[in-house]
Design a protein. Structure first.
Length: 361
């Protein structure tokens, strides 16, 4: 990549193209090299301009964002940031599974309502793109084949017919797997959860850096993938084998003892929480509550969230696994965990997912 980050803007709204382009141009080290009004025009421009980053609207005439993503990733994998309204949450996760690396939630269908928020988000995403690993740039390499739609929905239907677990402690809860992730995390978590099978003896709790209003949709999507029943965590929801809880966006989650078992406590962020949801806070509380039962997992992400938490997990006799740089979109979080010297295993995502599937049986 040159010193200048070369960005292309794709949006069917002329106002949005101009506004996003101007905001990007105001960021030091960014050059807007092209703008396109639909996917067809964007494919042609991408081929001729070879941008370092593309911002993408999903709902466009002629060729929508999904078709554009599929063709782009097949022809010339390029980092893509989706810029989408909250009303299209399900579409955002579909785009992430097709190869987009992250997203920005538009406050409304136009961007004028909160330019300062969008500007800050764009600056953060630009800084993130500069830290992408080779795996983060090679989408075909980092995204593994998923379950077929038929098997995914068959698994979901089977789970929905099963009775909900009792609120009393289930002594078969052998492990508590706590996972922290940020940029690239949604696709990584899809791969992890697609490997889980029914009859698990472990509970899984996830802190994925994600805005409010998106985590419930993401939990519903994960629920369709594998053998665990997944939901957004509610305050003081008990942990059970075969269940997974996702920390709500804008909140933090702590594990606490609850009767003879454990529960998830959903709390407001504290001034000391540098990331929201906080993997550090989840990891430290899990270590204090469950000790050697805890398996801490650090997936792809920018920054160092989770590094302090893995130290706490190891101090209480737990186990720590980190995603290796071969597959991490951004090696910031797993790299910071590795530098603590407390990581037991560093694995590429397919091997990590298979290992976790064995641990939860």
């Amino acid at each position: 990549m040159s010193d200048k980050l070369r960005v292309m803007v794709v949006d069917d709204s002329a106002f949005n193209r101009r506004t996003i382009g101007d905001l990007l141009s105001n960021i030091e080290g960014v050059e807007v090299v092209g703008k396109a009004a639909d996917g067809d025009e964007a494919l042609k421009l991408a081929a001729s301009l070879a941008p370092d980053l593309i911002t993408l609207d999903l709902e466009m005439p002629r060729m929508d964002g999904f078709t554009f993503l599929r063709l782009l990733m097949a022809r010339q994998p390029t980092p893509v940031i989706v810029v989408s309204g909250n009303s299209a949450r399900e579409n955002v996760f579909r785009a992430l599974e097709l190869g987009a690396i992250d997203f920005i939630a538009k406050p409304t269908r136009t961007i004028a309502s909160d330019l300062s928020v969008i500007e800050q988000e764009l600056a953060a995403k630009v800084a993130m793109v500069r830290q992408l690993t080779p795996a983060g740039r090679d989408v075909k390499r980092r995204i593994a084949p998923r379950n077929t739609a038929t098997s995914m929905f068959a698994n979901a239907a089977e789970r929905m017919q099963a009775p909900l677990p009792s609120v009393e402690k289930d002594t078969s809860l052998q492990r508590i797997i706590v996972i922290g992730a940020s940029t690239g995390g949604p696709s990584a978590l899809v791969e992890v959860f697609s490997q889980f099978r029914a009859g698990a003896s472990a509970a899984v709790v996830v802190a994925q850096h994600m805005p409010e209003r998106f985590t419930r949709t993401f939990a519903e999507r994960l629920n369709k993938l594998g053998g665990l029943r997944v939901s957004e965590a509610r305050d003081f929801e008990p942990l059970h084998p075969g269940r997974a809880l996702l920390c709500p966006g804008g909140k933090c989650l702590e594990l606490v003892t609850f009767g003879n078992g454990y529960a998830a406590s959903v709390v407001d962020p504290a001034p000391s929480d540098r990331f929201i949801p906080s993997a550090d806070r989840l990891f430290r509380s899990a270590a204090e509550a469950a000790g050697e039962k805890v398996v801490g997992v650090v997936l792809t992400g920018m920054g160092d969230d989770g590094a302090r938490g893995v130290v706490a997990i190891k101090a209480r006799g737990g186990t720590v696994i980190a995603e290796s740089p071969e597959t991490a979109v951004i090696y910031g979080m797993p790299g910071a965990a590795m530098r603590t010297g407390e990581v037991d295993k560093s694995l590429p995502l397919p091997a990590l997912a298979a290992h976790l599937a064995e641990l939860v049986v």
